[in-house]
Design a protein around this ligand. Structure first.
Ligand code: KIV
Ligand code: ZN
Length: 386
């Protein structure tokens, strides 16, 4: 089995479904080009039948990018597949992503159908999509809660019908990492023709487990990860691209690689959050404002002695300009001394102690002590010392 993980980015489809995050076609083209530069393998450009705007976006993205496969989402319906096929006609490599619910909850309460009918419709949709001449990816929606024996039957049948990729989504973010991994392993072991398709993992973050589940799926044999920039997506979001890419980068022992150029991650995160007006939470891994900020005295002292004491990633590796030391009432002398030196003031011994006492008085009043406060402290030092 190959060690190469295909990165399937769905920022422009699952991510863009978030209320208030809709982008115009011109904006989507900018994001798609940036995703291509980042090195993603597949761009899910939209759900062509959902609106004329989405249709146009898939057409224009198909023209705009050269390297990545361009993918359009459909339900397992003729009209959806016809429209997606039309939207993808300019793609160098196009993919139709079709599928249907696979859990009994979906089969009963969404489709008012039966397992047999769902299997039949899934097989039909794959054959029909395949007849259009594109790559076909089949999604078994809500696979995280599906009966495993039925899921295996469904996956075997759609691969026999021609599916090139089989997507096993944890649509509701329900699974625990070891159990999601076990599901993927079950399919690897029980679907006879599994070697004819790539298994894809698509996880939602309802319990904060999307990234953990994705990694677990990859460790158990999946070779494509479906992700979004900043983890945006329905409800609590999708697996975030930057987390998966950097986990595989940091844990070289896993021996799984991607084509992602990590130094482009931060720029793209900023681009997407700005365009979608969707702020990134400050403590978000890799791209949050505090991801490389050190604020407590013990950490600051350790970081200043040797960055690797408190950083497992060099910020420059992901395009973040630098680490930062935030001065607060929890900061220590080492950080204060360091910052003062950057501002051109050298304090040692008793003088540093006095400066630190004065600093704490200011810090208790403010959430963060900024450079301008330090300049004032330095200017007042002789007066305060007396
Ligand atoms: O979460 C999900 O199941 C999806 C499918 C449409 C792939 O987004
Ligand atoms: Zn999804």
């Amino acid at each position: 089995m190959s060690n190469k993980i295909q990165i399937f980015d769905t920022t422009l489809r699952d991510g863009e479904q978030v209320p208030g995050c809709q982008l115009k076609t011109e904006e989507k083209i900018i994001v798609a080009r940036a995703l291509e530069a980042l090195g993603v393998d597949v761009i899910e450009a939209g759900f062509p039948i959902s609106s004329p705007g989405d249709f146009l976006s898939v057409v224009e993205i198909s023209k705009a990018v050269k390297e990545p496969v361009v993918c359009g989402l459909t339900r397992a319906k003729k009209d959806d597949i016809d429209v997606a096929s039309e939207a993808l006609r300019h793609a160098k490599r196009g993919r139709i992503h079709t599928g249907i619910g696979s859990s009994d909850v979906h089969i009963k309460h969404k489709f008012k159908s039966t397992r047999e009918q769902v299997l039949e419709q899934g097989v039909w949709a794959v054959k029909y999509a395949k007849s259009k001449g594109y790559e076909v990816e089949f999604f078994a929606e809500d696979a995280g809660r599906a009966d495993l024996t039925f899921l295996a039957q469904l996956i075997e049948a759609v691969i026999a019908a021609g599916a090139d990729v089989v997507n096993i989504p944890d649509t509701t973010g329900y699974c625990l990492p070891h159990l999601y991994g076990k599901r993927i392993k079950y399919l690897v072991d029980h679907v006879k023709n599994i070697d004819r398709a790539v298994i894809s993992v698509h996880c939602h973050n309802d319990l904060g487990l999307a990234t953990a589940n994705t990694i677990s799926g990859l460790l158990n044999g999946a070779r494509q990860a479906e992700v979004t920039i900043n983890g945006i997506g329905e409800r609590a979001g999708n697996t975030s691209l930057e987390e998966v890419a950097m986990i595989l980068q940091v844990h070289k022992d896993l021996a799984l690689t991607t084509n992602i150029k990590p130094e482009k991650i931060y720029g793209l995160s900023k681009l997407v959050s700005g365009m979608m007006r969707m702020p990134v939470q400050a403590n978000k891994a890799i791209v949050g404002a505090n991801a490389f900020a050190h604020s407590s005295g013990i950490h600051q002292d350790g970081f200043l002695k040797h960055a690797e004491n408190y950083e497992i990633i060099n910020p420059a590796q992901v395009g973040v300009p630098s680490s930062s030391i935030i001065l607060t009432a929890r900061s220590g002398r080492a950080a204060l001394k360091h910052r003062m030196e950057l501002l051109g003031h050298k304090y040692e011994g008793e003088e540093l102690n006095t400066l630190y006492e004065n600093f704490l008085l200011v810090a208790d009043e403010k959430k963060e002590v900024k450079d301008e406060d330090l300049v004032m402290l330095a200017a007042n030092m002789p007066v305060l010392v007396k």
